[in-house]
Design a protein. Structure first.
Length: 138
């Protein structure tokens, strides 16, 4: 089933010049970039994005990090895009991420794990509405 999901390339990924590599992998898989922008996120957007983690001990740090520099927000469409992208990005802790995944190939620590991707179709719809409130180009 065709789906659209959200990918964020976090500040570390942008700083390390991994925008091209990550986007290349997504396109090579056969998925379509349906929306793309380089932005500095405002705190309110990031706190809303991570609202499920509001009570977790890492909430402040992850929000500080996400607002610390430019990020890429990307909408990605294709068959089973939500699961396909999650699998390509790898486990949250890069030490547990399989080689061949973005985190397994390019990251070492959980606080700098390079990307966000929506966990399920409901989260994708919510997150796309937040990061692409203007809608996607058609
Ligand atoms: O990003 P993902 O959906 O794989 O993981 P999450 O459990 O939804 O956590 C969101 C983000 O919070 C992670 O990607 C990490 O950047 C950060 N985090 C952390 O710094 N320390 C933890 N123990 C768990 C998550
Ligand atoms: Mg998550």
């Amino acid at each position: 089933m065709s789906e659209t999901t959200l990918v964020l390339i976090k500040p570390g990924g942008v700083q390390r010049n991994l925008i091209g590599e990550i986007t290349r992998r997504i396109e090579a898989r056969g998925l379509k970039v349906a929306g793309l922008k380089l932005i500095v996120a405002d705190r309110a957007t990031v706190e809303e994005h991570y609202s499920e983690h509001r009570e977790r001990p890492f909430f402040k740090d992850v929000c500080d990090y996400l607002t610390s520099g430019p990020i890429v927000a990307m909408a990605v469409s294709g068959t089973n895009a939500v699961k396909a992208i999650r699998t390509m990005m790898g486990a949250t802790n890069p030490l547990e991420a399989t080689p061949g995944t973005v985190r397994g190939d390019f990251a070492l620590t959980i606080d700098d794990n390079l990307t966000h991707s929506s966990s399920d179709p409901e989260a994708a719809a919510r997150e796309l509405g937040l990061w692409f409130s203007e809608g996607l180009p058609s």
